[in-house]
Design a protein around this ligand. Structure first.
Ligand SMILES: [Zn+2]
Length: 212
């Protein structure tokens, strides 16, 4: 006897318990989708879909830089950077817990000198695109994963080049994996940082130009 995947209309068996951190409520395909996108069936927003929202969010944050809620959110993202511990090279992340990898992502943002306003803008953009979506996935987890994918991408990977050695210079490019529990932890950290601004989000008037 096996359990069926929990996605409505999916007849495949749910995955057997494994230690890879993937969900066992769904079949392989749906658990993989869930790990990457924060929903077993709803796809992630594309960069193109998000672009006008990110642009509008950043412009609004810049125009309202002195607002106490905006300042609070930006300051608290800076605090996440500052308290994230030492920078860890992307190829040394293996073996770290999801919490540890989330901290490492904040430390990478610090090292790459990513403007904390861009991080707050990513959060606000996702809030707005879900609000405008005619068929939104309203679960917190989906929203957190969508934001975290953007934030994770802003933190660059590790790039090294060695001149010496036979066969010419060697290069190494390592990007941390953007899936799984690390995204949930990043999203939770950010939700806490923007919590005061978030409580006002329904009252914010952020004009989005979708015709560009
Ligand atoms: Zn399924």
């Amino acid at each position: 006897m096996f359990t069926r995947c929990r996605v409505v209309g999916c007849d495949r068996p749910a995955r057997a318990g494994t230690d890879d951190g993937l969900d066992t409520r769904f079949c392989r395909q749906h658990s993989d989708h869930y790990s990457r996108h924060g929903s077993p069936y709803k796809r992630s927003y594309t960069a193109k879909e998000l672009a006008p929202y990110r642009k509008a969010a950043l412009a609004w944050l810049e125009a309202n830089a002195e607002d106490q809620w905006v300042r609070n959110a930006v300051d608290r993202v800076e605090t996440l950077y500052r308290t994230a511990g030492p920078h860890i090279e992307a190829f040394r992340l293996r073996g770290l817990s999801p919490e540890g990898r989330a901290k490492a992502a904040w430390a990478r943002l610090r090292k790459a000198k990513v403007d904390p306003r861009g991080v707050v803008a990513a959060w606000l953009a996702v809030e707005m695109i879900i609000r405008d979506d005619p068929q939104p996935e309203t679960k917190i987890e989906f929203r957190r994963v969508q934001v975290s994918k953007l934030v994770h991408k802003m933190a660059s990977g590790t790039h090294k080049r060695w001149e010496a050695g036979a066969g010419g210079p060697k290069e190494l490019h390592v990007y941390p994996r953007s899936r799984g529990r690390v995204l949930r932890h990043l999203g939770r950290d950010l939700d806490e940082a923007v919590s005061l601004l978030s409580s006002k989000v329904g009252t914010l008037d952020v004009p989005v130009n979708l015709t560009d």
